[in-house]
Design a protein around this ligand. Structure first.
Ligand SMILES: NC(=O)c1ccc[n+]([C@@H]2O[C@H](COP(=O)([O-])OP(=O)(O)OC[C@H]3O[C@@H](n4cnc5c(N)ncnc54)[C@H](OP(=O)(O)O)[C@@H]3O)[C@@H](O)[C@H]2O)c1
Length: 133
């Protein structure tokens, strides 16, 4: 209704499973899905795959696991070896994970904002991705 009235251009949904996504897509065109997803919580892998198949943007909320993904010993070791920060590894991993991935990290700090933005320049190889599990 609001879309037809020109009050909203695109529809995005949050926190849904594949069945709900398919059901919603039968009702209206959906452009994006926002579910929790990060290095430590990949429960939405099937939703991500469905988004890839349908060319929908997947927005992982808690891309840094609300800070928890940065405390992983594996991520810390990997970051130290590459001379980057754990946050950059967590974000680069997301970007490498799928072409439809659009991470939205939150921060209250300009330094973290700059650090997080430059994660887009960090390229992870297939070997890196395997090392991160
Ligand atoms: N759709 C939903 O149901 C839903 C649910 C939850 C969240 N969200 C959305 O998801 C987005 C992200 O959520 P979020 O901000 O809670 O989680 P997040 O991005 O996973 O983590 C943010 C936390 O990580 C820290 N952080 C950020 N950059 C860092 C860095 N470079 N180094 C170290 N720590 C860093 C922040 O602390 P500093 O402030 O110190 O940087 C903050 O404590 C938000 O837009 C939120 O609205 C959506």
């Amino acid at each position: 209704m609001r879309r037809r009235a020109g009050k909203m251009r695109h529809l995005g949904l949050s926190n849904l499973n594949v069945r709900e996504l398919n059901e919603a897509r039968r009702i209206a065109p959906i452009v994006s899905v926002q579910n929790e997803y990060n290095l430590q919580n990949r429960a939405a892998d099937d939703v991500l795959a469905a988004c890839e198949k349908a060319c929908l943007v997947f927005i992982p909320w808690f891309p840094l696991g609300a800070g928890r993904a940065l405390r992983s010993a594996k991520v810390k070791r990997f970051a130290a070896r590459r001379g980057v920060t754990p946050a950059q590894v967590a974000l680069a991993w997301l970007l490498a994970r799928s072409p439809v991935m659009l991470p939205i990290p939150g921060t209250s700090s300009i330094a973290h904002l700059e650090e997080n933005a430059s994660a887009a320049l960090l390229r992870l190889t297939p070997e890196d991705l395997a090392a991160l599990g």
